[in-house]
Design a protein around this ligand. Structure first.
Ligand code: SAM
Ligand code: SF4
Length: 330
């Protein structure tokens, strides 16, 4: 039964769980200088055991989907142990992940075999040089190869996310490239509007572009807007009879974005975050120390939900306590 509900009637069947803040990429909008330890927070990341306890409590709360994220989740040495435990020992029906696709060609088969239910891969551009400049890594080809391997194995739930960036991937030419990519490829490709975080104010001012530019492109090329599904989340989707894949758009600055929000976040150090941009976060870690604490943990999570705000107030320039998305699990 779904026990996670806030005071605005929103249900939260979906949890984003960060398992590390560490990342090996240097995306210009997220960690331009690469991952650095936060000297103000010396707490360790949750252990596989703590994550396992948390997952069981979430399952009891009726959560039906957990998305593993980070930082880069695959940099954890015990990543596959965590995934395997979630798939085998909890009753969470769907476990998915968000990844930068690092070494995807090498781990695709293992991901498939461990039972991952869906994967979101971040690819901001299909231009190899631009990709290298944006991430600090010349790894576009291995990521694309990894996608190919997954598809050959029959892994279907693949989404690709790109952050829309002014002068970098907001051109007609880039949209066409992504279009060609999903023409005969059953992949959802979504643009995310660049979000302002505590760290990226100058970058945001320089590179933020409204998603209208992409919407106009879709309209001009006869893409058809799909209505929201029951647990679709905040992505607007578009279909086209001549394309196997879908286009999508995640525009956090649009009005009503929060109304369809169906996600809660748990950080790698075990803080429950009610909104990516909200100021409220509470540690649940002390209740992850023993199996016998499960009921107490379940109660605490329910109580915290009653504090979730109606909207994030991002449009007022309030970025909450998120310095960058790698530290909250974007
Ligand atoms: N490292 C993994 C990855 O890149 O997919 C998972 C974590 S990353 C923080 C999750 C998503 O957040 C990525 O798709 C990334 O592009 C996006 N992201 C990071 N910073 C962002 C920002 N300032 N605005 C919008 N999206 C952002
Ligand atoms: Fe790393 Fe993902 Fe942030 Fe890029 S967006 S720096 S891959 S955490």
């Amino acid at each position: 039964m779904m026990k996670l509900q806030d005071t605005f009637g929103r249900k939260f069947p979906y949890i984003r769980l960060s398992i590390t803040d560490v990342c090996n990429f240097k995306c210009t909008y997220c960690l331009p200088e690469g991952y650095k330890k936060n000297p103000g927070d010396t707490r360790s990341f949750m252990s596989a055991e703590e994550i396992s306890r948390l997952t069981k409590a979430l399952s009891e709360l009726g959560v039906c989907k957990i998305r593993l994220t980070g930082g880069e989740p695959t940099v954890r040495k015990d990543f596959f142990d965590i995934l395997k435990d979630m798939k085998q020992n909890s009753n969470i029906p769907k476990v998915t992940m968000t990844t930068n696709g690092y070494r995807l060609n090498k781990i695709a088969k293992q991901l498939y075999e461990t039972g991952l239910d869906g994967i979101n891969i971040s690819i901001d551009t299909l231009n190899r040089e631009t990709f290298k400049k944006l991430t600090g890594h010349d790894r576009l080809n291995e990521i694309l190869e990894g996608i190919n391997i997954l598809q050959k194995l029959g892994f279907n739930n693949i989404k690709v996310n790109a952050v829309l960036l002014k002068g970098i991937n907001d051109t007609h030419e880039e949209f066409e490239k992504f279009g060609n990519f999903i023409k005969n490829n059953k992949i959802d490709f979504r643009f995310i509007e660049l979000m302002q975080t505590g760290d990226n104010l100058d970058y945001f001012k320089k590179n933020h572009v409204s998603s209208k530019i992409f919407k106009d492109y879709l309209k001009k090329n006869k893409w058809i807007s799909q209505t929201f599904g029951k647990d679709a989340g905040p992505s607007l989707n578009f279909i086209h009879p001549e394309f196997e894949g879908k286009f999508g758009l995640i525009a956090p600055y649009s009005k009503g974005f929060c109304k369809t929000c169906n996600r809660l976040r748990i950080t790698s150090r075990g803080d429950l975050r009610l909104c990516l941009f909200g100021n409220t976060g509470v540690s649940i870690r002390h209740l992850l120390q023993d199996d016998a604490q499960k009921d107490e943990l379940v109660d605490l999570i329910i109580k915290q939900l009653h504090l979730k705000k109606e909207s994030h107030y991002l449009e007022l320039g309030e970025t909450g306590i998120t310095p960058n998305l790698s530290s909250t699990g974007g």
